[in-house]
Design a protein around this ligand. Structure first.
Ligand code: SF4
Ligand code: SF4
Length: 482
C-alpha cells in the first residue's frame, strides 16, 4: 500500500556507520532546499539493539532502520525543536531528511491518521482489483482431525465455472488486477478445473488488459513435478504447504485418507516446487509443539536441502468451527501464541532459515473488509471468510446472482471499523493490523486485546529477530551500491 522500501534504511551521517542491514543508505537533504516543518509519526518504535545502536521501525510504512545512540539523541533534540520551535543544525537537517524518507517524520501539512483512514476506506471500496478465492473441490486426500472441511466430495461443475468467467467478464472493463487463490479441500484434486478456469481468466486478462496473479493453498501431496510445471504455466507463482511437525508427528496429524504417510512425499515435492515458485511452509502450532519438535522439523528441512529456499511460517491453530472446537483445548490464545512463536522464530534464525514474517502495513485486514473479494465454493456460493467455505448458512449469495451487499452475512463482518474503535484508533500498530480478524469479533464475540494480532504482544523481540535476519542476509550476499 505504501511506496516505501519495507525493510529498511540505515541512518547515516552523525554517529558513524551503522552495522549493515543489507539495505540502502540515504544521504543528506539538499542544503538549497527550503526547510519545512515536520511532524513525528505516531507509529514510530525505537528500541535498544546492540553495541550502541537502536532499531527504528515505523508501522505506517514498514520501514526498519538502525540508528546510533548518538543519532537517537539527535532525533530527540529534533523532536523537541519540532514541538517548540528552533533552528536545526546541520546534523539535525541531515537526519530529518532520512527520517522523512522512512516516514518517522512527515510533512506538517498532512495528517497521517486521516491518510491511513482514507487508504483503508479506499481499499474497502476498491473495484479496480478483484480477489477470488476459488475452491474447485472440498474433497481432500487427507483426514486431519482439526479440519472443518469434513468428508466432502465432488467438484465444481462446468456451469459454475462458466458463471465465474461471466462474473469476471462483467467487471473486466474496469479491472486493473485479478488475483485468484486456489483453495479447498485439496484443490489439486480438481486440477482440470484449475487448468480450465485459469486458461480462460488469463486469456480474458490479455483481452481486457488486467494483470493476473495466482497462488494456491495445497497440502502438497499431489504437488509433483508435472503439476508444478503446469501450475507455473497457468501463472500460479506462490504455494502454501502445511507441515504439522517433523515426519513422525506430521504423519499422525495429517494422515492420508488411505492411511499412508505423507511427509516424505510432500518434502520431495516441495524440493522441486521451490525451484519454480515461491513456497511458504506453514506449521500449525498448538500446545503439543515445543523447541525440540521444531528443531527436529528444521533439521529434516535442512537435510532435504530446502532450508534457504522456502519461507517457514508459524500459524496459530484456532478453533474456528464446531469441528475444530474438538481440538480447542490444544489451541493457544493469541497472547500465549505470540510468546511461543518468538522462540520458534529464534530457532529458525539460528538454523539459518530466512525470516519472512514481517510487520507490513496493510490497508485492510482481510477479504471481509473489501467489497471486491470473495470466496467461491464448488457449488458457486459466495463467502466473506476462508473459514466459512461450504457452510451455506454463512454464504452471502451465489455467483450466478447480483452481489447483495445488504446481505447480513456480508454486513456482519464488513461492519467493523477500526477507526471507530477507541482501542484500534489509538493503537501504535494500527497500520499493520487494521483491527484484526473480523470473524473473531463477529463470530467468536472477541473484543479488546483478545482480537489483537501477535505483533501487539511481541513486536519488540520480533523486530530484533528480523533485524538479525537482515544482517545475516546482508553478510551472505554481495553489497548493493547505493
Ligand atoms: S475474517 Fe478472519 S478468519 Fe476470516 S478470512 Fe478474515 S482474517 Fe481470516
Ligand atoms: S486489533 Fe489490537 S493490534 Fe489490531 S489495531 Fe486493534 S488494538 Fe491494535
Amino acid at each position: 500500500m505504501f511506496e516505501v522500501d519495507p525493510i529498511g534504511i540505515v541512518f547515516s551521517g552523525a554517529g558513524g556507520e551503522a552495522p549493515d542491514l543489507g539495505s540502502r543508505t540515504i544521504w543528506v537533504r539538499d542544503s538549497s532546499e527550503q526547510e519545512k516543518m515536520s511532524k513525528i509519526s505516531r507509529y514510530n518504535h525505537f528500541q535498544n539493539w546492540q553495541d550502541g545502536y537502536r532499531i527504528a521501525f515505523n508501522a505506517f510504512t514498514g520501514s526498519l532502520a538502525l540508528m546510533t545512540d548518538e543519532n537517537y539523541l539527535t532525533y530527540l533534540g529534533l523532536a523537541a525543536k519540532m514541538a517548540n520551535g528552533g533552528n536545526l543544525n546541520s546534523f539535525e537537517q541531515e537526519l530529518l531528511k532520512q527520517l522523512e524518507y522512512g516516514h518517522f517524520m512527515y510533512p506538517d501539512q498532512s495528517d497521517e491518521f486521516q491518510t491511513l483512514k482514507f487508504l483503508h476506506g479506499s481499499a474497502r471500496y476498491d473495484r479496480s482489483q478483484l480477489a477470488l478465492i476459488v475452491a474447485p473441490t472440498l474433497a481432500c486426500n487427507m483426514a486431519c482431525p482439526y479440519c472443518y472441511e469434513d468428508n466432502k466430495s465432488g467438484k465444481m461443475t462446468p456451469e459454475i465455472v462458466n458463471s465465474i468467467v461471466d462474473f469476471v467478464s462483467k467487471r473486466a472493463q474496469s479491472l486493473e488486477k485479478l488475483d485468484i487463490n486456489w483453495y479447498g479441500g485439496e484443490p489439486l484434486l480438481a486440477m482440470d478445473i484449475i487448468d480450465d478456469l485459469s486458461t480462460r481468466l488469463v486469456s480474458l486478462g490479455k483481452e481486457k488488459q488486467y494483470t493476473y496473479t495466482s497462488s494456491i493453498v495445497s497440502n502438497g501431496y499431489l504437488l509433483n513435478r508435472e503439476t508444478v510445471d503446469r501450475l507455473v504455466a497457468l501463472n500460479v507463482s506462490v504455494c502454501q504447504v502445511t507441515l504439522d511437525g517433523p515426519a513422525r508427528l506430521h504423519n499422525v496429524k495429517r494422515p492420508l485418507k488411505n492411511g499412508k504417510e505423507s511427509f516424505q512425499t510432500i518434502v520431495d515435492n516441495v524440493s522441486y516446487a521451490c525451484t519454480k515458485m515461491l513456497i511458504s511452509v506453514r506449521i500449525n502450532i498448538d500446545k503439543t509443539f515445543d523447541a525440540p519438535v521444531i528443531a527436529e522439523l528444521l533439521a529434516e528441512l535442512t537435510q532435504a536441502g530446502i532450508q534457504q529456499r522456502v519461507a517457514v511460517n508459524f500459524g496459530q491453530l484456532e478453533p474456528s468451527s464446531a469441528i475444530c472446537a474438538a481440538v480447542a483445548e490444544a489451541c493457544y490464545e493469541v497472547a500465549d501464541f505470540s510468546q511461543v512463536e518468538i522462540g520458534f522464530y529464534r530457532q529458525l534464525l539460528d538454523e539459518g532459515f530466512r525470516i519472512e514474517k514481517l510487520p507490513r502495513p496493510t490497508a485492510a485486514f482481510c477479504m471481509a473488509h473489501q467489497i471486491n473479494a470473495f470466496l467461491i465454493d464448488p457449488e458457486g456460493y459466495l463467502y466473506r471468510c476462508w473459514n466459512y467455505v461450504g457452510d451455506h448458512d454463512k454464504a452471502m449469495g451465489h455467483i450466478r446472482d447480483a452481489v447483495d451487499y445488504q446481505n447480513l452475512n456480508f454486513t456482519r463482518l464488513f461492519a467493523f471499523d477500526p477507526f471507530s474503535d477507541p482501542l484500534c484508533s489509538n493503537c501504535d500498530i494500527l497500520p499493520i493490523c487494521m483491527g484484526g480478524c473480523p470473524s473473531n469479533r463477529a463470530d467468536r464475540g472477541q473484543t479488546g486485546e483478545k482480537v489483537c494480532q501477535s505483533w501487539k504482544h511481541n513486536l519488540t523481540p520480533m523486530l530484533e529477530i528480523i533485524a538479525r535476519s537482515r544482517q545475516q542476509q546482508a553478510k551472505s550476499t554481495p553489497k548493493e551500491q547505493s
